[in-house]
Design a protein around this ligand. Structure first.
Ligand SMILES: [Zn+2]
Length: 236
């Protein structure tokens, strides 16, 4: 492995661990400080509810900051190569993996729109506030929401009819190596219903979420990240 690749691998795992060990409030701070380097005056934050960064691309990436774990308890992270889990606890990879991937993907050249919601696990409260605040979606360029909040390694989940038609017609799954799956609901359901922009939720590399059996696989994370990079490059 080249030195650059090793360095990148280390950085991702460091960032991910930091996100896992942070509470919601700290994640808000961390995300805001990360974004300020790239998006400057294009950041809109309603504390405790959402952070939105306006890019200049056709895709808006979406993830959620909250997890179902009890943040008052100390988290004991165990690493076994690329596999990470918590000692007798929920890890919170759902959806700190999605948050991590979004931060991990941005560069000076790579600046899609980003929406970090809070309260997805509490009835999608953050995305509802976002919709309350923005009658129209703030970027007229965005034509697809990609959420990174699905268990497993290659699922692509749609929640609305227009999303299903869109994904099918553009051959999304075949082109990028995902499998079309059904799901109940998530933040993007509301975004699509309200703004009439299609959406898809992709696997982010966590497994057995919401349980003490939860683990994350960094190798899968890296594979999905490369696929998302490709999607961004194609759809820019
Ligand atoms: Zn989730």
């Amino acid at each position: 492995m080249k030195l650059n690749a090793v360095k990148k691998k280390e950085n991702t795992s460091k960032l991910l661990k930091k996100l896992l060990l942070s509470n919601e409030n700290q994640v808000f701070d961390l995300v805001l400080s990360y974004l300020s380097k790239y998006y400057r005056h294009q950041i809109y934050c309603r504390r405790n509810h959402y952070i939105y960064a306006r890019g200049n691309w056709h895709i808006c990436l979406v993830s959620h900051i909250d997890t179902v774990r009890d943040e008052r308890m100390e988290l004991n992270i165990i690493e076994d190569g690329d596999i990470i889990y918590a000692r007798d606890d929920i890890l919170g990879g759902d959806d700190r993996m999605g948050v991590c991937m979004m931060l991990d993907l941005i560069t000076d050249e790579n600046k899609p729109d980003l929406l970090f919601c809070n309260g997805e696990e509490r009835g999608c409260t953050g995305v509802r506030k976002f919709i309350e605040d923005f009658y129209y979606f703030p970027s007229e360029k965005v034509s697809l929401f990609i959420e990174l909040d699905r268990r497993g390694e290659n699922d692509a989940v749609t929640y609305n009819e227009i999303s299903r038609i869109f994904i099918r017609e553009c051959g999304f799954c075949g082109k990028y190596g995902f499998t079309d799956q059904a799901g109940s609901s998530s933040d993007i359901y509301y975004l699509t219903e309200y703004y009439c922009i299609p959406s898809v939720n992709l696997s982010a590399g966590f497994f057995n979420e919401h349980s003490t059996e939860e683990y994350i696989d960094l190798e899968i994370y890296r594979t999905v990240k490369e696929k998302v990079k490709l999607i961004l490059r194609d759809w820019g």
